[in-house]
Write a protein that binds this ligand. Structure first.
Ligand SMILES: Cc1cc2nc3c(=O)[nH]c(=O)nc-3n(C[C@H](O)[C@H](O)[C@H](O)COP(=O)(O)OP(=O)(O)OC[C@H]3O[C@@H](n4cnc5c(N)ncnc54)[C@H](O)[C@@H]3O)c2cc1C
Length: 427
């Protein structure tokens, strides 16, 4: 029997072709041999995103396959390679933002040892659990548009992310009054999702979509490649994958974060880290305040939608800035419909439906579409807002950050935003 070998290094080779096979052989035969594992991609990728660049980058889906093990290994299962970590990172919050950041951080070159703290029994469902999940590339700001379009292109280009997100492609319509400023963002969408976006005039909207009335100066951006996802499903899959990569999920609500930086849990334990990130969504401002840290412009705001019975058809995901109405198909004869709330600084643990707002939604939808609309279940929750809006890593102190502030839109940007944040965190 050959003696067991000690290896200086472990190497994964992605690609099952001749080049990959030869590289694996050469690697094993090298003077200071590494343990070579040749990994076969599961399926070809679909097009999406600025080509070439997208394919070479850290994809939540593709990276997953790099940790699959060759057939014939004794353990036969999925293993996370033993790693030496340069950094210890704590992430507070197991919503879609915390889960994706944990996964991206664990995957980043050099990696980090990640502890993810989750509230053991949240009294309410979090934003990721109730999110409408509308995803599109178009946003009125070019920066927001880039993150949204990049995230959507990543989903559409990966079989694994299509599965993780439960993506449904219904198309999207974004109606604006005034019509200025659509060209720049529409070009960004086209760069990531070629052939998806088209700017159309008011009369075309009225002809092709079930809008009964619109202001004379209205224009719209129609997107073919857009629809909705389940942020909860994405968070669950990302957490599972993160755990398989060595991330430790600690079901221990965090009482406070300190400037060390450190995390103090509700049971009184304090653990120091190199980086602490508060990704606790709408709970973030209160947690920072309770910790004696600056809230730094973060606020909470209610978000509410109703699942309405209506014969409305011929419409996918939509936002109508003229009336404020937004929504998407929810099921047979049911549409998710909402209007922006004006309830700021709500407590995420006690948020309750705003009944007059629910009534305004049905009235507005009847007026805009000229169809019967009856509100069924109303979902009231809240999210963390920031001006300017965006799910980004914000520094609170040395080694201490927040990752929130998506302002009601982080489901559509989280894939791109978490990649950028993980890189910045480990820099
Ligand atoms: C009703 C609604 C509809 C929406 N619709 C859309 C949409 O159509 N498209 C779109 O792009 N976006 C939408 N959003 C926004 C998007 O869903 C959110 O921005 C996103 O889910 C926020 O994720 P998060 O991880 O930051 O926060 P959350 O999902 O709220 O997660 C925060 C987590 O932190 C945990 N936590 C809190 N305090 C602590 C503590 N002390 N210790 C440990 N853990 C803690 C909580 O239990 C929670 O699990 C919607 C949001 C809402 C509320």
């Amino acid at each position: 029997m050959a003696p067991a070998r000690e290896y200086a290094m472990r190497v994964a080779i992605v690609g099952g072709g001749v080049a990959g096979a030869l590289l694996a052989l050469r690697t094993v035969l090298a003077p200071r041999a590494a343990r070579g594992e040749q990994v076969h991609p599961r399926s070809p990728r679909r097009a999406g995103g600025p080509q070439g660049e997208q394919g070479a980058r850290d994809s939540a889906a593709d990276d997953r396959h790099a940790h699959r093990v060759l057939p014939g290994r004794a353990d036969g299962g999925v293993v996370a390679p033993a790693r030496e970590y340069a950094m210890r990172v704590a992430i507070v919050g197991g919503g879609v933002a915390g889960a994706l950041l944990a996964l991206r951080t664990a995957r980043a070159p050099g990696g980090a040892r990640v502890d993810l703290f989750t509230a053991r029994s949240p009294r309410r469902e979090d934003a990721s659990g109730v999110s409408g999940g509308l995803v599109r590339g178009f946003e009125t700001s070019t920066d927001a548009c880039r993150t949204a379009a990049e995230s959507l292109a990543e989903i559409r280009s990966s079989d694994t992310l299509l599965d993780w997100t439960g993506y449904r492609e219904t198309g999207s319509l974004y109606v604006l009054s005034g019509g200025s400023g659509t060209d720049g963002p529409a070009e960004v969408v086209d760069a990531y999702l070629p052939g998806s976006a088209e700017v159309i005039g008011r009369d075309t909207v009225i002809r092709d979509f079930p809008f009964r009335t619109l202001p004379a100066d209205a224009v719209a951006v129609v997107e073919r490649y857009a629809g909705h996802i389940s942020p909860h499903r994405l968070r669950t899959a990302a957490l599972e994958e993160a755990v398989s990569l060595g991330v430790t999920v600690r079901p221990a609500p965090v009482d406070a974060v300190t400037r060390d930086p450190a995390v103090r849990t509700a049971d009184g334990g304090t653990v120091r880290y190199d980086r602490v990130v508060v990704a606790a969504g709408a709970w973030t401002p209160h947690l920072l305040d309770r910790s004696g840290l600056p809230v730094a412009g973060l606020r909470t705001k209610q978000i509410q939608y109703s699942l309405c019975e209506t014969p409305l058809s011929g419409l996918g995901s939509f936002v109508d800035e003229c009336s404020g109405l937004y929504g998407r198909p929810y099921g047979d004869g049911t549409f998710l419909l909402g209007l922006p709330s004006d309830r700021w600084d709500v407590d995420p643990d006690t948020v309750a439906p705003d009944v007059p707002l629910e009534r305004r939604v049905t009235e507005c939808a009847r007026r805009v579409f000229g169809v019967a609309v009856t509100a069924g279940r109303t979902v009231a929750s809240c999210d963390c807002y920031h001006d300017p809006a965006g799910l980004v890593l914000r520094r609170v102190g040395p080694g201490l950050h927040t990752f929130t502030g998506g302002s009601g839109g982080a489901a559509k940007t989280v894939l791109s935003a978490s990649r950028t944040a993980a890189t910045a965190l480990l820099a």
